[in-house]
Write a protein that binds this ligand. Structure first.
Ligand SMILES: C[S@@+](CC[C@H](N)C(=O)[O-])C[C@H]1O[C@@H](n2cnc3c(N)ncnc32)[C@H](O)[C@@H]1O
Length: 218
């Protein structure tokens, strides 16, 4: 079982709300009504659920069977976004916390760009390359923890994440920091250059310190 399968099977979905979608897209929530959205790397579907509640036509996809199994949306598919088997385009591709786990991220972003309708949006959250001493220190800590826990079982890692989450961040955050085999750190310029090559322009940008949240228009 992959790390993400283990995570979705064993850790309850991290709750969220429409304010995150509003923060990232800066669109009024009424915009989403009847729009087609692909939640690319939906996990257990916390954002897909909100898009459905906003009356959008959402497709949740993820490579993790356990994640898709937990999704409450009616349109959900197990799919690798490196090889999207879809013959349609969307008003918005929403990919939150996914692309930094994909080694061939440039190809992945090119594939996702192809799925955006002309005039549509691609929204991303990716991990930011450290820009402050505090961020460097935190990433050093993550690196050290990864080394220490490299040969631990998923159960032991989950126990550790549970203990760490009592004081700092949450279980999903810690699990993400020490488990997935690939975690790329981005700069905004890097994201922008890749998407620019695929015909997309950044229109909103923000996010908490450790994350880049950016929306592109085709
Ligand atoms: C940190 S989780 C984020 C899940 C969800 N977007 C959220 O915010 O709750 C990253 C997700 O990306 C998925 N993922 C990683 N590589 C993928 C790929 N090539 N195709 C589809 N999903 C992928 C993982 O299975 C995992 O569910």
């Amino acid at each position: 079982m992959s790390e993400f399968d283990y995570q979705w099977k064993n850790i309850p979905c991290k709750p969220t709300d429409a304010s995150v979608i509003q923060r990232v897209t800066k669109l009024p929530l009424a915009w989403f009504k009847n729009k087609t959205i692909l939640d690319a790397g939906a996990g257990s579907g916390r954002f897909s659920k909100i898009f459905s509640e906003l009356n959008a036509n959402v497709v949740a996809c993820d490579i993790s069977f356990e994640g898709i199994h937990k999704c409450q949306t009616s349109n959900r598919i197990v799919m690798d976004i490196m090889h999207p088997a879809l013959n349609t385009t969307f008003d918005m591709i929403w990919s939150y916390g996914v692309v930094h786990h994909i080694q061939q991220y440039e190809i992945c972003l090119a594939q996702l760009s192809q799925l955006v309708k002309p005039g549509g949006y691609l929204t991303l959250m990716v991990y930011r390359r450290p820009i402050t001493a505090k961020m460097f220190a935190l990433y050093l800590c993550y690196g050290l923890l990864r080394q220490i826990t490299k040969y631990w079982s998923s159960e032991a890692k989950l126990k550790l994440c549970g203990k760490l989450s009592i004081k700092f961040a949450d279980v999903h955050g810690w699990f993400d920091a020490i488990n997935p085999c690939f975690n790329k750190l981005f700069t905004l310029k890097e994201c922008t250059n890749i998407l620019h090559k695929n015909g997309l322009t950044p229109i909103t940008y923000g996010g908490p310190k450790m994350h880049i949240e950016v929306m592109f228009k085709k």
